[in-house]
Design a protein around this ligand. Structure first.
Ligand code: HEM
Length: 413
């Protein structure tokens, strides 16, 4: 328990550093965990989180069904209503994660075409070449910061190329993306929210320029496809194209960078597991699923209760209240995974919930898996032991769980 007396205290650095013991306490206490002074109800057991992702009585938004007044939310001024944060709201207005059917289904169908396993497989050789190119200086130096000097450039470069954003603008995209997503951390300060709002505005304006340029100079990237696409006979508006590109640029690298670092750290801390990869006894693909189960880069997602009389595990949840689906806790539920705190790449049940489920299931899962596989294949090929050098720094953030810096020793190819 943290200093605040809360079991789940997303604002506490100690909790963010290692949330798993607190999750275990919450999970064993109740199926729907509540704590004093906290507006959220937490689902921490695998079966409940799995069902909640598919439960249409819960929604990412409620605005398709109710006004805030109808849900009696007026006394609170959450982000999406605060008159100061209009740029962030303009982004969220058409953000896939924040939409519900039928609008969500239409937009999602369009984006999905670019991310099918087949479409992603076609990128394999260019992804492999990119990985080798980025690792080359580290191979010469004998060490590399896997986050700052590799994974960020790797994942961001791939998604920027797919969307059709100039390579020269990657640093700008990175900064705008980091600042925009800070709104999603629990309890953001006014300063954080202002920064996020500013970044969302700059990000939108930047992408509106890209859209205008693409209209004048058609290409074969995803931006061009979104501009050209018609859904039920209608073209997407510029605002819809921009929000979709924004969510892809952000979701398309933040989580993968963090998963790469979490995975390498877990493998380095468990040399016996590394040897199973080196010897070929266990496939890299299997290790990736265990990495995503063991230390997911996105820790929870919230949903609104949309219907009257909703009960989960026999516990009533009021319409208009919020539920946290805690992926990090569900993935360590002993009811589903034996000895869940053990990092074990030989597990038979690899059915983690780190990509979510139901209508918002991660669109980028095939791409994320391929990126992780490519990176690990490169390391497995040359590293008899996977060694993390002193000075690793975890990100202080809770929702986006990863490392700021993770230096590893690297041999020549
Ligand atoms: C290891 C890496 C990744 C993880 C763990 C991850 C996880 C998730 C999760 C849990 C959701 C569902 C959120 C919810 O239900 O509220 C989601 C949705 C989404 N992800 Fe990922 N993601 C990863 C990589 C990517 C990549 C590489 C892309 C883009 C290329 C991407 C694009 C998206 C999009 C667009 C959605 C929204 C889908 C929708 O609302 O229909 N993700 N992701």
């Amino acid at each position: 328990m943290s200093d605040s007396g809360l079991v789940i205290d997303a604002l506490s650095p100690a909790f963010a550093a290692d949330p798993y013991p607190s999750y275990a306490a919450a999970r064993e206490q109740a199926a729907v965990f509540r704590q004093p002074g906290d507006r959220l109800a937490y689902l921490t057991r695998f079966a409940d989180v799995h069902a909640a992702f598919r439960d249409r009585r819960l929604g990412s938004t409620f605005l398709h069904r109710f006004t805030p007044e109808e849900l009696q939310l007026a006394p609170n001024i959450p982000t999406w209503r605060d008159p100061r944060w209009t740029d962030f709201q303009a982004f969220e207005r058409w953000e896939l994660l924040n939409l519900e059917p039928p609008v969500h289904s239409r937009l999602r169908r369009l984006v999905l075409e670019a991310f099918t396993p087949r479409a992603v497989e076609a990128l394999r050789s260019s992804i492999e070449a990119r990985a080798r190119g980025l690792l080359a200086p580290g191979r010469e130096a004998g060490r590399i910061d896997l986050v700052g000097d590799y994974a960020q450039a790797f994942s961001l470069g791939i998604i920027c190329d797919l969307i059709g954003v100039s390579p020269d603008d990657r640093e700008t995209i990175k900064r705008l993306s980091d600042d925009t997503v800070s709104m999603y951390e629990p309890g953001p300060s006014d300063e954080q929210q202002a920064r996020s709002n500013r970044a969302a505005g700059d990000f939108r304006r930047y992408l509106l320029d890209v859209v205008a340029h693409r209209r004048a100079h058609p290409g074969d990237d995803l931006m061009a496809a979104l501009i050209d696409a018609t859904v039920d006979g209608e073209r997407l508006t510029d605002d819809q194209v921009v929000s979709t590109a924004m969510v892809l640029l952000m979701a398309g690298h933040e989580a993968t960078v963090n998963a790469t670092a979490n995975g390498v750290a877990a493998l380095a801390a468990n040399p016996d597991q590394w040897q199973l990869l080196r010897s070929g006894e266990v496939a890299v693909k299997a290790a990736i699923e265990e990495i995503l189960r063991f230390d997911p880069p996105l820790q929870w997602f919230e949903r609104w209760v949309l219907d009257e009389d909703v009960e989960i595990a026999g516990v009533p949840l009021a319409r208009g209240s919020r539920v946290a689906l805690v992926l990090g806790a569900a993935n360590r539920d002993p009811r589903k995974f034996p000895d869940p705190d053990r990092f074990d790449i030989t597990r038979e049940d690899t059915g983690h919930i780190s990509f979510g489920g139901g209508i918002h299931f991660c669109i980028g899962a095939p791409l994320a898996r391929m990126e992780l596989e490519t990176t690990l294949n490169e390391l497995v090929a040359t590293e008899p032991e996977l060694v993390v050098l002193p000075g690793a720094v975890r990100r202080p953030t809770f929702q986006f769980r990863g490392y700021e810096r993770l230096e590893v020793a690297l041999h020549s190819a």
